[in-house]
Design a protein around this ligand. Sequence first.
Ligand code: NAD
Length: 270
Amino acid sequence: MGENSVIEMFNLKDKVSIVTGGSEWLGYDIACSLAEYGSNIIITSRTIDRAENALRKIKADYGVETLALTMDQCNHDEVQTMVEKAKKWKGHIDILVNNAGGGSGNSTGYLFKRSPDDIIQMITTNLIGSLFCCQEVGRHMIEQGKGKIINIASAGGLVGRDRRIYKRNNKEQQPIDYAAAKAGVIGMTKDLAGLLTPMGVHVNAISPGGFDKGDLPDGFVDDFGNMTMQGRMGRMGVDLKGAALFLASSASDYVSGHNLVVDGGFSIFK
Ligand SMILES: NC(=O)c1ccc[n+]([C@@H]2O[C@H](COP(=O)([O-])OP(=O)(O)OC[C@H]3O[C@@H](n4cnc5c(N)ncnc54)[C@H](O)[C@@H]3O)[C@@H](O)[C@H]2O)c1
């Protein structure tokens, strides 16, 4: 097949990938997809047990080496410490997936009753925390002259929400500050790509649409699914894996500053 084998382009053998907040859900799926193609995996979590449990399974399923590290990404010192330990592990960091984020806080998502502390926490976690990770891992990738950074944004950072489906199904609405933070992640990705691509470091985003964790009211799953062109929400364990693998691998070596939308067509007409 020769040196331009497309199968070989997806090979991540001996690479080191950090997936922040990768103990479960989409982060776990991403870690599995990179591990399946041979990457050694670091998962960070605020609770080390959760990362260790996830990594035990990844090691058993894919036979790669793993490392669990603690980090609250809102704390810059903790981000620095995590990156130092990650660097020491194998001497290189090839892939960073900035997945940690999400959350809604303790107060209602309705802006006019939302607590200022929750707004600050949301933006700090989803935007500033991801930027801290880009800063510290990016510093190391510049020295290497190569690397892949993937920031997990959201379709919510691209288009407004139809809050009628939340009301109709008695579901707490997604806070406006979540959209603000994720739109920020998309902007940050593009500008950071401008800075780092000439130094060999590729920076892209993935914007997932709504994924079903099995805890949503049936009516909401139907309503949300009907707003996508595929008629369903995203499947955990399946629908994000290919996008992450593509952007992590050399199959995307001519792609930087892109926001890959994985939403079943949710945002097409909006
Ligand atoms: N689930 C969806 O439908 C969906 C849709 C679009 C985007 N996303 C984004 O995808 C990513 C993963 O979401 P998910 O729903 O799979 O999982 P999630 O939102 O339940 O959890 C993400 C992880 O981030 C960690 N985390 C939160 N705050 C942190 C902090 N300060 N420091 C370190 N880690 C922290 C959590 O502990 C958790 O492990 C998030 O960035 C989320 O915003 C999710």
